[in-house]
Ligand binder design. Structure first.
Ligand code: NYM
Length: 211
C-alpha cells in the first residue's frame, strides 16, 4: 500500500573483508543522507558497547580465548540484543546503515570450519536487510592496503577462507561494488543503490526476517 503510515526506514548492510573500506564508506554515506535531510543512523556489529560486546572485543583483541561455537553465539546475541531497537527505529522512519551483520557472523565462523547451517541458525528471526552491499576486494589486495590492526582474523590466509564463505552466502539480491575503484566511484555507486532502496521502503515495503 502507499499509505503514509506504512513508510519506514531502510535497513542497509555493508559487508566485506577486513580493509575493504566499509567503515569509511558508511560514514561518507551517513553524511550524504543527512545532508539530503533523511533521518539516518550509522550502526556497526559487533556493537562493543554492551556487556556481550565487551566479551567479543576482548576475544578479538586476543585478551581472551573462547570456543569457536561460543564466540559465534555471542556475535549473534549481540545482534539479538539490538533487534527490538532496530525495528522501532525502522518503524519510526529512521534508516540504518549497518557496518557488518549476520553475513559476517556466518562468513567468519564458517571460515573456521563450522557447519554453514549451524552458523546460520541463530540468526533466523533477526531483521532481514533491505539491501546488502558487498564491497568486493581480493584478500591479497586488502592485505596490501596494510593496517591490519593485529586483531584476530586479520591475516591473509584466513581472509581467503572468509572470501570463499562470502561467495557461498552471496545471492543476486546483493549489490556488489568493486572496492578497488577510487573512493569517490565506490561512493557514487553506493549512493545510487541506497537511494533506490530507501524509496522502496518509504512506499511501505514490509519488514521481513532472516533467512
Ligand atoms: N566478525 C564480525 C565476526 O567474526 N562475526 C560477526 O558476527 C561480526 C559482526 O569481527 N574481523 C568479525 C569480523 C571482523 C571483526 O569487526 C571485527 P570490525 O568491523 O573490524 O569491528
Amino acid at each position: 500500500s502507499n499509505n503514509k503510515s506504512d513508510s519506514r526506514g531502510a535497513l542497509i548492510v555493508l559487508e566485506g573483508l577486513d580493509r575493504c573500506g566499509k567503515t569509511s564508506q558508511c560514514s561518507r554515506l551517513l553524511s550524504y543522507l543527512e545532508e539530503l535531510g533523511h533521518s539516518v543512523e550509522s550502526w556497526r556489529f559487533p556493537d562493543r558497547s554492551t556487556g556481550v560486546g565487551q566479551m567479543i572485543s576482548s576475544y578479538l583483541t586476543q585478551k581472551s580465548q573462547l570456543d569457536d561455537h561460543a564466540i559465534h553465539l555471542l556475535f549473534s546475541a549481540n545482534r539479538w540484543e539490538k533487534r527490538s531497537l532496530m525495528e522501532s527505529k525502522l518503524r519510526s522512519n529512521t534508516t540504518l546503515i549497518v557496518d557488518r551483520y549476520s553475513f559476517s557472523g556466518v562468513a567468519f565462523s564458517s571460515a573456521k570450519g563450522l557447519d554453514l547451517d549451524w552458523c546460520k541458525a541463530p540468526e533466523a528471526g533477526l531483521l532481514a536487510p533491505d539491501l546488502v552491499v558487498y564491497l568486493d576486494i581480493s584478500p591479497e589486495k586488502a592485505a596490501e592496503r596494510g593496517g591490519y590492526g593485529g586483531e584476530r582474523y586479520e591475516q591473509l590466509e584466513f581472509q581467503k577462507k572468509v572470501a570463499l564463505s562470502y561467495q557461498m552466502l552471496r545471492d543476486d539480491t546483493w549489490k556488489v561494488i568493486d572496492a578497488t575503484l577510487p573512493v569517490e566511484d565506490v561512493e557514487k555507486q553506493l549512493r545510487q543503490t541506497v537511494l533506490e532502496c530507501i524509496q522502496i521502503c518509504e512506499k511501505g515495503k514490509p519488514i521481513s526476517e532472516l533467512w
